[in-house]
Every structure is written in structure tokens, then in C-alpha cells.
Ligand binder design. Structure first.
Ligand code: PEP
Ligand code: MG
Length: 589
């Protein structure tokens, strides 16, 4: 029941994991972490104070260890980050330095620790140490946990939540997300994070609705407030009116009934009502996810983001380590295709040990293929591993962030050199491996006809293509409203790429998030894209929506779409033409 001065508030964030949930908010606090008193200790108390600090560190360490041991199987592949955090407990920049500060300044452990941690945080801001830069979030999570144990604050154990709630937090640490019990947690809402953050990935893996990057959720939402999380649209409604509640309850029921139905049909082919077949593949980040692509009825791997194998470790993986993982994926998927994308680090995916210098604008910096061409040894190691894996199934190689023809020539030359060296060593590989490029930079899209002569396939990376076409940072919540997949400029850009691919007989697929959102499907079909790769959980939805559409109609529809001049106009046209289908699947009211 709302009291008179409560009113409905709508918050907009990033739609990190689709679905709707309605329930009571449960705030996961950072109690005792921010306000710390300073007091001096006597020389006699010194030993005791240091012991108190060591005890707090040990307690945090034991807690994390038990989280690691109890991590549910489903999210275990994503929990390796916790092992890295274990090592931080003994990091001398935190541990030894705190003890030294207590000794030297004769201050209480909380104050010494807070001082040491804030110095480390200042180092991140100056970004002079790439190791610390990469570990910033981990150090914050670890130090919060130690501080809570030091001050004896009530630590919230997510595992101990005994009612069905929606978690609301500034941020959820990997240790916290690893403890989530599906029976208790209906959804997530956080101030920080985005689609590619750890929390976002876990929410999708667990298929829990999540809206992230809201900035002020923890200020606006109070414990036990009734909230609606619409993870599909990226909206959170606080203290909804009765009318809003009824509307969303109905929509939730429709969405859930639809999800149950499509799960049953996910192994059927994606065939439109006029008999055209589409290939729906999955995007994976870790080799272990290959199982979920098969479970969700995927026709192959359309994008294997190999950079994740370079994260959470102190140095570059060896050829053998890479080969092992690729071979695992290829063997499980065979005869279905596996598209292995070469290393796409930097930008939003920083690898601490890999960067030699600070970049003011990493999204426009040394990322993707630019990085690999500048580091031939690292690139060669990966190319050899991919080629070796190609002997075990249907492997295709994909180069990311191509922005000019020279990069395609250079990358292909290096691929040939890797093949020659394997040949000389008598190693078996597929010498006819398909080579493709990501079209995710506007220059590559504009030069698609030139690129088409060089490669076997294009894969449209809409996550970056939208970012670079519209000059909108894909991870910045402040400009999230300007990140519009259905912006007329984006639609025209995709049309150009698809038309050129058709003219030059180059295979074309789309692997950005745009292909996992049902609202975009009539347009993408109308533009002539016939292969899609989405996160595994979206495969059943993508297949099912295709089964409800008709290519002939979509081709007529696109002519109307191309007349629209604004994103709102395009969206209205989609909703008025395909509203009944979107309603049926719980997408609209
Ligand atoms: C893309 O940019 O659309 C894409 C699929 O690549 P990533 O999200 O890994 O940058
Ligand atoms: Mg990209």
C-alpha cells in the first residue's frame, strides 16, 4: 500500500539482462566502509592493533574462500576472478603498507588501512601502474570486505537472504554475485556497471532481470520499497501505482508464458512463415559457455570473444593453452561453425599486463587488430593456435576493429605466415580456413565494397558500429539515451553493408547485441541479414520471432522505415506494424 506522500518514480539505466520482476527492494549496503574514526594507540598496544588487522584480513580471506567453494556450477566459469582477489589479500601495497603505517604513525588499524587504500585509489586515478589500473575494482571489493571485518560492521551475506527480493546495490562484487541463490533473488539493480560488467554477464547467465548503471538507485530506493525491474527496457519503477503494477504483472505473465514456450521449441530451425531459413548462432566469451549455446539451440558459434582468456592472469597465455581451449569448443560444436575472433583487447576490455602506456581515449586507441599488428609475437601465437584448432572442426577466423584495407592485408599476411610455419613443422590444419572481418568501424562499412574483395565473410558488430557512428560511448550511462540501434543513420549504414555483401557474394552475419533484441528483427530481415549471433540466452527468442515473421513483408516494410528521419519515428513504425507480435512476447504493454 502506498502512503500519501509516496509517488511513482521511474529510473532509466542500462538493460543488462532481459525480463521483468516485481518485488521488495533489498539494499546491499557498504556499512562501516566510508566513515572511519582516527585515534592514536600507545606503543604497548601496537602488537595488539597489528594482530587485529591481521585477524580482519584472515576473516575476509576465509569468507572469500568459502564463497569460492560454494559458487554454483552455472556461474563457476565466471568466478575465476575470485581467485585473483584471493591473491590481493597479501598484496604488499595493501597488507605490508598498512602494518607499516600502524607502526610508524601509531594510529588505529582502520585509519591506517583507509589511508593506504585511498593512496592506492589515487594511483588508479593517475593511472601510472597498469597492474593496479586493471585491478582497481578488485582492490575496492577486497578492501571493503577487510574494512567491514575491521570495524565489525554487519556484513550482509547475500547467501543468507531468506525472502524473495530484488537486490539494490552501488555495485555487486564478483564475490557477492557468486553467492546469489536463484530461489531468493528475483533481479538486480545497481548504480554502476553495464552490459559487459561482471554483474551484467552473471545476470544474463542466471537469466535474472537486471538494470545496471542507474547512478542513483541506492539513493532513491529504500529497503522494502516495491519496485518493478524491466530488464528488457532498462527501466526501474519505484513505488508503482496500482495501475502500473497491474500493467506490469500482465506483461510479466505474457513474457514468462512466451519464454516457457520458446524454450520447448528452441531446437527447431528458425524458418520464417514464407519458408526462409536463418542461421542463429551464439556469442561466447569462455569455452565453457559452448554447452549453453547447444542447450539453447544455437546453430554454431558466431562470435568467440577470445580476449576473456587473457583476463585475470599475470601474463599472456601460451599457444598451447589457447589451442586447448579452442579445440574444446570446436570439438563440441563440430560440424557446426565456430567463428574465432582474434584478440580484441583495450577499449572497454583492458588487460592490465598488456598495455605499455596510458591512453586518454582507449576506444579510439590501440585496440583490436591495431594492437595485434603492433605485437606480432602475441598475434602469431594466437593465429597458430586457431589454425591448429581448425583441424578439429569447422573453424572460421575473424579480425576485429578493421578500419582500413592495409590492416586486412597485414592480418592476412600474418595468418599465411603462421600457416607456413605450421606446414613446415608438419602440423595439420585447414589450409582453406574462412577469413572474415568485423564491420564495426564506419570507415570499414563505407569501404565495404573494397573489403569484400579480400574476405569470405562480414560480421557486423553493432555494439561498436553504433558507438562509433553516433559518437556515443557504449558504456556511459549519461549518454545511454543517445545510444540508438534504430537511429536512421545506423539503419542506413547496415543497409549499405548488407547491399554490398549481396552484390559481392560475401557471407554476412550480425553479432552485436542488436541481433538479440526482438524489436529490431523485422528491420534486420528487411535489410537482408540472414545470419545472427547473440548471447546464448537470446537464441530461443531470436529463433521464435523469426518464426513469426515473413521476409517478403519485411522487405516491403523496410522501404517505409527508410523514409523515417528519427529514431522515434522508426520505433513508432515498428510498434504500429509489428505491435501484436511484440505484445504477444511480453515486449510491449
Ligand atoms: C560489437 O562490437 O558489436 C561486438 C560484437 O564486439 P564487442 O562487443 O566484443 O566489442
Ligand atoms: Mg566490437
Amino acid at each position: 500500500m502506498l502512503n500519501a506522500n509516496q509517488r511513482e518514480i521511474q529510473l532509466h539505466g542500462i538493460n543488462a539482462s532481459s525480463g521483468i520482476c516485481i518485488g521488495k527492494a533489498y539494499l546491499v549496503g557498504r556499512e562501516g566502509v566510508d566513515v572511519v574514526d582516527k585515534y592514536f594507540i600507545s606503543q604497548e598496544h601496537l602488537k595488539k592493533e597489528i594482530k587485529r588487522f591481521k585477524k580482519a584480513v584472515k576473516k575476509s580471506k576465509d569468507e572469500l574462500l568459502s564463497v569460492i567453494e560454494q559458487t554454483p556450477k552455472k556461474i563457476r566459469p565466471h568466478a575465476s576472478i575470485l581467485e585473483i582477489q584471493m591473491a590481493l589479500f597479501k598484496d604488499k601495497r595493501l597488507y605490508a603498507k598498512t602494518i607499516k603505517t600502524i607502526e610508524k604513525e601509531l594510529v588505529n588499524a582502520e585509519w591506517a588501512f583507509k589511508k593506504v587504500v585511498s593512496n592506492v585509489k589515487a594511483m588508479f586515478n593517475n593511472m601510472t601502474d597498469s597492474y593496479l589500473q586493471g585491478r582497481a575494482a578488485d582492490i575496492i571489493h577486497v578492501s571493503d570486505s577487510i574494512m567491514q571485518n575491521l570495524v565489525g560492521a554487519k556484513t550482509e551475506s547475500i547467501a543468507a537472504i531468506d525472502k524473495r527480493v530484488i537486490l539494490v546495490a552501488t555495485d555487486l562484487s564478483p564475490a557477492e554475485t557468486s553467492q546469489i541463490q536463484l530461489e531468493q533473488v528475483k533481479g538486480f539493480v545497481t548504480d554502476r556497471g553495464g552490459k559487459t560488467s561482471h554483474t551484467g554477464i552473471i545476470a544474463r547467465t542466471l537469466e535474472i532481470p537486471a538494470v545496471l548503471g542507474l547512478e542513483n538507485a541506492t539513493r532513491v530506493i529504500k529497503n522494502d520499497d516495491i519496485i518493478i525491474v524491466d530488464g528488457t527496457a532498462g527501466i526501474v519503477i519505484v513505488n508503482p501505482t496500482d495501475q502500473t503494477l497491474i500493467q506490469f504483472e500482465e506483461r510479466k505473465d505474457r513474457y514468462e508464458a512466451y519464454k516457457a514456450g520458446i524454450a520447448r521449441d528452441s531446437h527447431l530451425p528458425a524458418e520464417t512463415t514464407d519458408g526462409v531459413f536463418f542461421q542463429i548462432m551464439g556469442n561466447i566469451e569462455l569455452s565453457e559457455e559452448v554447452v549453453s549455446v547447444i542447450d539453447y539451440g544455437g546453430d554454431g558459434i558466431g562470435l568467440y570473444r577470445t580476449e576473456f582468456q587473457y583476463f585475470n592472469r599475470p601474463d599472456f597465455p601460451s599457444e598451447h593453452e589457447l589451442f586447448d581451449k579452442y579445440k574444446d569448443v570446436v570439438e563440441v560444436m563440430t560440424p557446426r561453425p565456430v567463428t574465432i575472433r582474434t584478440l580484441d583487447i583495450s577499449g572497454d576490455k583492458a588487460v592490465s599486463y598488456a598495455s605499455d602506456s596510458y591512453e586518454t581515449n582507449p576506444a579510439l586507441g590501440l585496440r583490436g587488430i591495431r594492437y595485434c599488428l603492433k605485437k606480432p609475437d602475441i598475434f602469431n601465437t594466437q593465429l597458430r593456435a586457431i589454425l591448429r584448432a581448425s583441424a578439429f572442426g569447422n573453424v572460421r577466423v575473424l579480425f576485429p576493429m578493421i578500419s582500413c584495407l592495409d590492416e586486412v592485408h597485414h592480418a592476412k599476411r600474418m595468418l599465411n605466415e603462421a600457416a607456413d610455419s605450421l606446414d613446415k613443422e608438419g602440423v595439420i590444419f585447414n589450409d582453406n580456413i574462412e577469413v572474415g572481418i568485423m564491420i564495426e568501424v564506419p570507415s570499414a562499412a563505407i569501404l565495404a565494397d573494397v573489403m569484400a574483395k579480400e574476405v569470405d565473410f562480414f560480421s557486423i558488430g553493432t555494439n561498436d558500429l553504433i558507438q562509433y557512428t553516433l559518437a556515443v560511448d557504449r558504456g556511459n550511462a549519461q549518454v545511454a539515451h543517445l545510444y540508438q540501434p534504430l537511429h536512421p543513420a545506423v539503419i542506413r549504414m547496415i543497409k549499405h553493408i548488407a547491399d554490398v555483401a549481396g552484390d559481392h557474394d560475401v557471407k554476412i552475419s550480425m553479432c552485436g547485441e542488436m541481433s538479440g533484441d526482438p524489436v529490431n528483427m523485422p528491420i534486420l530481415l528487411g535489410l537482408g541479414i540472414n545470419r545472427f549471433s547473440t548471447n546464448p540466452q537470446s537464441i530461443p527468442t531470436t529463433k521464435s520471432i523469426i518464426r513469426m515473421l515473413n521476409v517478403e513483408d519485411a522487405e516491403l516494410f523496410i522501404n517505409e522505415v527508410l523514409k523515417e528521419t528519427t529514431e522515434t519515428g522508426v520505433m513508432e513504425l515498428v510498434l504500429s506494424t509489428y505491435g501484436s507480435i511484440l505484445f504477444e512476447i511480453g515486449y510491449t504493454e
